[in-house]
Design a protein around this ligand. Structure first.
Ligand code: SAM
Length: 290
């Protein structure tokens, strides 16, 4: 039996054979620890009939572990140089398909309709390229895809911000944006030593379980997110100051005061203390006053 792709000696042989050189600009840090990879896959709770969508298969380390559990795996890879390598390393897994495309440009929904027909349980599982973590997650969450959830490796600092609760230093507009669409949890932290080359930052794995309905009722989602962003624009400022300076404008000071009163939120609180429900209430009232 051939060793797994992620076994360090096998990874080294694959990279040497193809004369592959890492591109930092594409966030290429490959995993060389099969235990970590199996853990990541376990967090996705795949069953025999599941489908998995991967972003950035690299030389196929995670793809292979997904292929052992899922009925179908589709992976998007931007770097053309990896295609012949993947063709070779994943040859034993006929139910794996690689798409040469930037995930940010991909029509993921049409891909699912075309290539995952009849599959009822779909998870996104990836060791993300860290330079585009947030755009990738926001794209996947806002497209209302028929997937159960997302299990991904990313920078630990971003993972902490995504899963943060109100009143903590990490809580901000990213926490609210992601938690509006999903339930977020940090499930594992990962040392730098399990990658080649070693990244400069610590890593963690998060699991996002998609919500079937939003946690708060909004009449205007876009405005809600504008209110949230404005409230965190300057973290040390009060919610009142942030809303006046970054949303309403000085000429509408009075309206901000009234809206805060009506929403039962003290003007001197800071954005980081407000729950999602409070932001929802505030944006509904502000919309009427501004
Ligand atoms: N999955 C592999 C592993 O765990 O060893 C590689 C992970 S590496 C952190 C990120 C991968 O994403 C690289 O293969 C890189 O070429 C690819 N990538 C970078 N930007 C991408 C994009 N916009 N769309 C699709 N793939 C991308």
């Amino acid at each position: 039996m051939e060793r797994d792709i992620a076994v360090p000696s096998r990874t080294r042989e694959i990279l040497e054979k193809h004369g592959f050189s890492f591109k930092k600009s594409l966030g290429q840090n490959f995993l060389i620890d099969t235990n970590i990879l199996r853990n990541i896959v376990d967090f996705a709770n795949l069953t025999e009939g599941s489908g998995a969508i991967e972003i950035g298969p690299g030389i196929g380390a995670l793809t292979e572990q997904l292929a052992k559990k899922a009925e179908k795996v589709v992976a998007f890879e931007i770097d053309q140089r990896l295609l012949p390598i993947l063709n070779e390393t994943l040859a034993p897994y006929k139910h794996v398909e690689i798409i040469h495309q930037d995930i940010l440009e991909a029509e993921v929904r049409s891909m699912i309709e075309e290539k995952m027909q009849g599959i009822k349980d779909i998870m996104v599982v990836a060791n993300l390229p860290y330079y585009v973590t947030t755009p990738i997650l926001m794209k996947l969450l806002t497209e209302n895809l028929p997937v159960r959830g997302i299990v991904v490796m990313l920078q630990k600092e971003v993972a902490d911000r995504i899963a943060a609760r109100p009143g903590t230093k990490d809580y901000g507009s990213l926490s609210i944006a992601i938690q509006y669409y999903s339930e977020a949890e940090v499930v594992m932290t990962v040392p730098k030593t399990v990658f080649v080359p070693k990244p400069n930052v610590d890593s963690a794995v998060i699991r996002l379980t998609l919500r079937t309905k939003p946690p708060v009722q909004l009449t205007d989602e876009k405005f809600f997110f504008e209110v949230v962003r404005a409230s965190f624009a300057q973290r040390r400022k009060t919610i009142y100051n942030n809303l006046v300076h970054n949303l309403a404008g000085k000429e509408k000071k009075e309206q901000v005061t009234l809206a805060l009163e009506k929403a039962n939120i003290e003007a001197k609180r800071r954005g980081e203390t407000l729950s999602m429900e409070e932001f929802a209430q505030l944006s509904e009232v502000l919309k009427k006053y501004l």
